[in-house]
Design a protein around this ligand. Structure first.
Ligand code: AMP
Length: 238
């Protein structure tokens, strides 16, 4: 029988052998710490499904769906979408993707979300397999996010300072337009950082008490962080 991973050309065979199909990995960290970039690498190189609640909400807003109308004000102002809306969206996603290796980027963000997540996974006979915190100091977050640009079409992330596209304003992968997210303006970044410290940081202790939470310094940069991440995932399977 063919595994769904066989249809993903970029997956390397080692990753294929290493992965437990139902693995659920949570990436925690402040905005701009590189969660999205690392989750994308986990998708490209290890075959994980990359689930970003932020991307899901931006997509709803773009498509002007009822959920989009409901969350727009929160997303553009940098405040958190109510837990009930988030859990509903995530529930539907998990029901559809159950059994695949999934990396959660930007979810959970509050204790009630983490508790709800645990219950949903439990209902499918699953659990959180690894929680990795990618930490970054506030000054560096602001420096990175004000220079961040994202492709409107394929969502690939660039940085004007250390990861620019070859042609200004154009995505290297798909030719889509690069734009600055509304919530990547400095004032909104500061609000997102406050929200992170108040509502999301308590999750560090929540997960530390439950499992072994692993920490990686975001300052290490994309490639070294990914090396660390792979080491953690491989050790976790021993
Ligand atoms: P992100 O792309 O992860 O930085 O998310 C962008 C925005 O989407 C956040 O500032 C929130 O407004 C909203 N959002 C994304 N994920 C969540 C979540 N798990 N809980 C609440 N709001 C979220």
């Amino acid at each position: 029988m063919r595994c769904w991973l066989d249809s993903c050309p970029k997956v390397n065979r080692l990753a294929y052998l290493l992965l437990r199909y139902e693995m659920n990995v949570v990436l925690l960290g402040p905005p701009g710490s590189g969660k999205g970039t690392q989750a994308e690498l986990m998708h490209e190189r290890l075959g994980f499904v990359h689930y970003s609640t932020g991307d899901v909400f931006r997509d709803h807003i773009k498509r002007k769906t009822p959920v989009g109308y409901e969350v727009k004000e929160y997303v553009t102002s940098g405040r958190l979408v109510p837990d009930s809306v988030v859990i509903e969206v995530v529930n539907a996603f998990i029901a559809e993707h159950v059994g695949k290796p999934i990396v959660y980027d930007g979810f959970p963000r509050t204790i009630p979300q983490a508790e709800g997540f645990g219950r949903v996974l439990d209902g499918h006979g699953l659990k959180v397999d690894a929680v990795v915190l990618i930490d970054l100091a506030d000054d560096e977050v602001i420096r990175r996010l004000t220079a961040r640009r994202q492709c409107r079409k394929c969502k690939k992330i660039y940085n004007l300072t250390f990861r620019p596209s070859r042609k200004e304003g154009i995505c290297d992968e798909c030719g889509g337009e690069l734009y600055q997210r509304e919530d990547d303006k400095e004032e909104t970044i500061r609000r997102r950082l406050d929200v992170y410290r108040e509502q999301t940081e308590p999750l560090i202790k929540f997960y530390e008490d439950k499992f072994k939470l692993e920490r990686i310094a975001g300052e290490l940069g994309r490639d070294k962080v990914f090396e660390e991440l792979k080491r953690i995932l491989e050790t976790g399977k021993e």
